[in-house]
Design a binder for this molecule. Structure first.
Ligand SMILES: Nc1ncnc2c1ncn2[C@@H]1O[C@H](COP(=O)(O)OP(=O)(O)OP(=O)(O)O)[C@@H](O)[C@H]1O
Ligand SMILES: [Mg+2]
Length: 281
């Protein structure tokens, strides 16, 4: 169980995440949606420890991890997709994944620097790395340097590394962004596979509302750093705040959140941008 309580971060005068309280249970996939700049990535950064909270708390299985550095949170089971800068660009794709498998197993079994067991286990790790690369359809690229991969393959490698670490909490921030149409289903299938393992908790930031509708058990909407809607997908998608953010429907009330009957208008430029990937929503 992962929970944030009044989680807040300020950058100067700007409150990027504003008292967000939310609890997530294992076996569920929660989609976090909202317009550009809503605070979704920042919320992830606060949970994973890439950014320090100004106020509020993050709890994982009852433990307060708010002040824990990011690597210790990873150790507790929080898994954030890697940025390419966190990879070893001069190692091959397979070696990167093998190292992630090795890190996971060493962590689980407290192997430390026992060179003999590292050597004995090496083949198992390589097999596991290959199996994971097969599942993201990167098997034909396994000997390429990570830095040489085209953008879509880099995103698949990020997902592969997360799978290799096999965290309790999977955090995906726009995992299919920049992928070609034929690559997207590969990643979505993987997320579905994870979803079937009822012990894993999945958080997914995603702009494509058709993907959200299909995968999410629950949708949380952030808007100006605040949690403005939370619930069952069909109800949240139909809510005025989502209609406004993604479809350019402008509610009559000024705060934009009132459940007033919405009047359809031409989207503004920023709304068009926010809805750029909104799919068939
Ligand atoms: N390190 C930082 N310093 C200052 N401001 C920041 C920082 N990180 C994020 N912000 C600001 O916080 C707000 C939320 O940004 P964030 O990246 O979390 O939005 P997002 O919901 O992920 O948007 P997108 O959908 O475009 O990815 C933005 O106004 C952004 O400019
Ligand atoms: Mg973002």
């Amino acid at each position: 169980m992962l929970e944030t309580r009044d989680l807040t971060i300020r950058f100067g005068g700007h409150v990027a995440v504003d008292r967000v309280s939310c609890a997530f249970a294992p076996g569920t996939l929660t989609a976090i949606v909202g317009p550009n700049g809503a605070g979704k990535t920042t919320y992830f950064n606060l949970i994973s420890g890439q950014l320090p909270a100004t106020e509020g708390r993050v709890l994982l299985n009852g433990e307060d991890i708010t002040r824990l550095p990011a690597p210790l949170r990873t150790h507790r089971g929080l898994g954030r997709a890697f940025q390419l800068t966190q990879l070893f660009p001069n190692l091959t794709v397979q070696e990167n994944v093998r190292l992630a498998v090795q890190a996971r197993e060493s962590g689980r079994r407290g192997l430390g620097l026992d060179l003999l067991s590292v050597w004995l286990d090496r083949k198992g790790w390589i097999d596991e790395a290959r199996r994971i690369l097969d599942s993201v359809r990167l098997d034909d690229k396994r000997d390429a340097h990570a830095s040489s991969l085209p953008h879509g393959d880099q995103r698949k490698l990020e997902v592969a590394l997360l799978m290799a670490l096999d965290p309790k909490v999977y955090m995906f921030d726009e995992p299919t962004a920049g992928m070609s149409v034929d690559e997207v289903p590969v990643v979505l299938d993987l997320i579905r596979t994870l979803q079937r393992r009822r012990d894993r908790l999945i958080l997914l930031v995603e702009h494509k509302m058709d993907v959200v509708r299909e995968l999410a058990d629950r949708i949380v909407v952030l808007h100006n750093g605040q949690l403005v809607a939370d619930g069952e997908p069909a109800a949240v998608i139909a809510s005025p705040v989502v209609q406004q953010a993604y479809l350019g429907v402008v509610p009559e009330d000024e705060d934009g959140l009132a459940p007033a009957p919405a009047e359809r208008r031409e989207p503004t430029e920023s709304q068009r941008h926010a809805g750029r990937d909104a799919g068939a929503a």
